[in-house]
Ligand binder design. Structure first.
Ligand SMILES: C[S@@+](CC[C@H](N)C(=O)[O-])C[C@H]1O[C@@H](n2cnc3c(N)ncnc32)[C@H](O)[C@@H]1O
Length: 294
């Protein structure tokens, strides 16, 4: 019997704490080398003067970690819990230049042309809104989860694929597709220049069962994970995919970088980023809706 199989899954499941914000740092896993790292890509676009929007920021964990490299940041998320976590995660010395607000990716209640850089990692976006809110010459970077991500896990659970799940969810939410090739085409139609369109699909190894169970209970999946219901699927995964490096799966990611062409007005900077009529105080009325901009 291997160390993985001898484990009492239920005992381990009981020790797995819920995710806080969008923090996956407790997961013990490794991936084979890929052609890019999201944080490194973003850092190449950041300037000390940049005003940056992060759509679907979660608990702002990644966004806050990059705040040393730009002037002002606004992180948006549809989920008030996430914005609460982001505000809690924000060190007090950043409160003057890192703001967070509950807001959907569409429509964006922010001024047209206000941002030098728009970020979007593993979250929805709307092409027309991104193009409107980007200043002429500004860039948009999105990394999306590829359609075959963790494919063997989806199959072990009897689900088709990550891609099929996310496409269905986007349609229900009336968002455009997350498929980067189609989004790239839509950006070109809207006057954007596609700077980068890339994909990687590399080996990914989850080192222990607590990390696997944490992932299963923390990411959106076709049905909520419970050990009662899914123990046989977890056991079959372990049996089939355990390796000396851990449970083997794959990480599939897509990357799209678009630049809005420079208009006749050229580059401009403003710290007045909110839509007309908005106030930057907590709970201010803001583009016709009540939002918490903190
Ligand atoms: C997978 S998490 C990614 C969080 C963060 N970008 C990161 O990479 O760590 C996706 C986030 O998008 C948010 N989200 C989902 N639908 C959204 C929408 N329509 N508008 C804005 N945010 C949304 C979720 O609440 C969640 O916090």
């Amino acid at each position: 019997m291997t160390p993985f199989m001898s484990a009492n899954l239920r005992d381990i499941a009981e020790t797995v704490a819920p995710r806080s914000g969008w923090d996956f740092s407790r997961m013990k896993a490794e991936r084979d080398p890929g052609p890019w790292d999201y944080n490194d890509v973003v850092r190449r676009f950041l300037r000390p003067t940049s005003q940056v929007l992060d759509i679907g920021t979660g608990g702002g964990e990644r966004f806050l970690a990059m705040a040393d490299a730009f002037a002002f940041g606004l992180g948006l998320d549809l989920d008030p819990e996430m914005i609460r976590a982001a505000v809690n995660n924000r060190p007090s010395e950043l409160s003057g230049r890192m703001s967070f607000a509950v807001m959907a990716a569409q429509p964006l209640a922010v001024r047209s042309g206000a941002f030098d850089l728009i970020l979007n990692r593993h979250a929805p976006f709307a092409v027309t809104e991104v193009m409107r809110v980007l200043r002429p010459g500004g860039s948009f970077i999105t990394q999306q989860i590829g359609c075959h991500n963790m494919q063997n896990i989806f199959e072990a659970f009897g689900w088709a694929s990550s891609g099929a799940f996310w496409e269905k969810r986007r349609r229900q939410q009336r968002y455009e597709t997350n498929a980067v090739e189609l989004a790239a085409e839509a950006f070109r139609h809207a006057g954007g220049t596609v700077v980068t369109l890339g994909t990687y699909d590399v080996g990914y190894y989850v080192h222990d069962l607590a990390s696997l169970l944490f992932w299963l209970q923390s990411v959106p999946l076709p049905e909520p994970f419970t050990i009662d219901r899914h123990e046989p699927a977890v056991r079959s995964l372990i049996e089939r995919y355990q390796t000396p490096r851990g449970i083997a799966s794959n990480e599939h990611r897509d990357l799209l970088i678009v630049q809005r062409s420079k208009g006749p007005e050229g580059n401009h900077h403003t710290f007045d980023l909110l839509a007309d009529g908005a106030q930057d105080s907590r709970g201010a009325r803001y583009a016709g809706r009540r939002v918490s901009h903190q």
